[in-house]
Write a protein that binds this ligand. Structure first.
Ligand code: NAD
Length: 249
């Protein structure tokens, strides 16, 4: 069943990991997708991979600076010119760090907030302007399980994801009148480059805290995005959907 037949989506951080799985899932379900990355070369690489894995897909690549409102507005215009509309935005690009608070460089804190929070604001605003005129849409954010409990070091990352939840819940209330739904997916530990960078000694004890006994796969997370993006979730907004195997933090 093609749950997104005829829909048009933008996915930020779509070049690898969770974002790439979301792009594939949306394409498989009949959507046209604009995949965004931070650089042209990584976007081109992701498009080449998609051409092999899903030949003939309706996909384009863009690399706007997500914190720059003018560049993001241009990218949204380009998508509307190419595909005729915009139904779904997935704010997925994000970075993390695990510095201890007493050594935490304020510049690094700002860098995390700039991408994980400010860019979500900028992209959501550009998309909402189009969706409001169109009569509706769905904006989805990638939060994290640390947005519920915090984490033991690297305070910038959980703080940024608490802010993502705040944007999600508040904008659901503000944009509901335009038929724009706003939801977030809060993944647990998921097998991507972000996690591959963690030492095995850190992963093993993490798995021990997960009742389902494994870390998440990008496709587990993409399935949740598919549901929230689709009309099956037509009465779901302001929700932070945990997809974490009931991890106990
Ligand atoms: P990843 O490192 O594999 O991919 C990150 C993506 O973000 C890439 O496509 C990259 O191009 C993009 N990106 C990075 N910096 C950027 C910038 N400055 N401008 C534009 N794009 C940029 O990460 P992932 O694990 O797939 O994470 C994706 C999202 O999922 C993030 O928001 C992350 O916080 C969240 N998340 C991940 C996990 C996990 O365990 N992997 C758990 C919870 C939440």
């Amino acid at each position: 069943m093609e749950l997104l037949k005829g829909k048009v989506a933008i996915v930020t951080g779509g070049t690898r990991g969770i974002g790439y799985a979301v792009v594939k899932k949306f394409l498989e379900n009949g959507a046209s997708v604009a995949l965004c990355g931070s650089r042209k070369d990584t976007v081109d690489k992701a498009l080449e991979k998609l051409a092999q894995e899903m030949p003939g897909s309706s996909v384009i690549g863009l690399w706007p600076d997500l914190q720059n409102p003018a560049e993001v507005a241009d990218a949204v215009d380009q998508v509307v010119r190419e595909f005729g509309k915009l139904d779904i935005l997935v704010n997925n690009a994000g970075i993390s760090a695990r510095e201890k608070f007493l050594d935490y460089n304020p510049e690094d804190f700002k860098k995390i907030m700039d991408l994980n929070v400010n860019a979500v604001f900028v992209c959501a605003q550009a998309a909402a302007k189009v969706m409001e005129k169109q009569g509706g849409g769905a904006i989805l954010n990638t939060s994290s399980m640390v947005s519920i409990y915090g984490q033991q070091s690297g305070v910038g990352y959980p703080a940024s994801k608490f802010a993502v939840n705040g944007l999600t819940k508040s904008l659901a209330r503000e944009l509901g009148k335009y038929n724009i739904r706003m939801n977030a997916v809060a993944p647990g530990v998921t097998r991507t480059d972000m996690v591959a960078a963690l030492p095995e000694a850190m992963i093993k004890p993490l798995i021990a805290t997960i009742p389902l006994g494994r870390i998440g796969e990008p496709e587990d997370i993409a399935n949740a995005f598919l549901f929230l993006a689709s009309d099956l979730a037509s009465y779901v907004t302001g929700e932070i959907l945990s997809v974490d195997g009931a991890a106990m933090n």
